[in-house]
Design a protein around this ligand. Structure first.
Ligand code: ZN
Length: 76
């Protein structure tokens, strides 16, 4: 079990550690760290995309509803 310097703060961190105990920098050493970072990036990208389409859908629906309500009310 070797100690490697944290890439963020140079604090000696165990290779097995998931995150630096000093600054919380993730994945210091070990392949799992890189995979975890990539997974986090992919997860963030996917959730950001779905969140954007969700917001867009809500905005479109609200705008459409507002236009329809305005048309219906103005035709009375
Ligand atoms: Zn650190």
């Amino acid at each position: 079990m070797a100690l490697v310097p944290c890439p963020a703060c140079n604090h000696p961190v165990s290779e097995q550690a998931r995150a630096c105990p000093s600054c919380g920098h993730p994945g210091s050493g070990e392949r799992g760290g890189v995979a975890r970072v990539l997974g986090n990036v992919a997860g963030t990208y996917i959730s950001a995309t779905s969140f954007a389409s969700l917001v867009l859908g809500v905005v479109m629906f609200t705008g459409f509803s507002a236009i329809m309500i305005t048309l219906i009310l103005s035709h009375r």
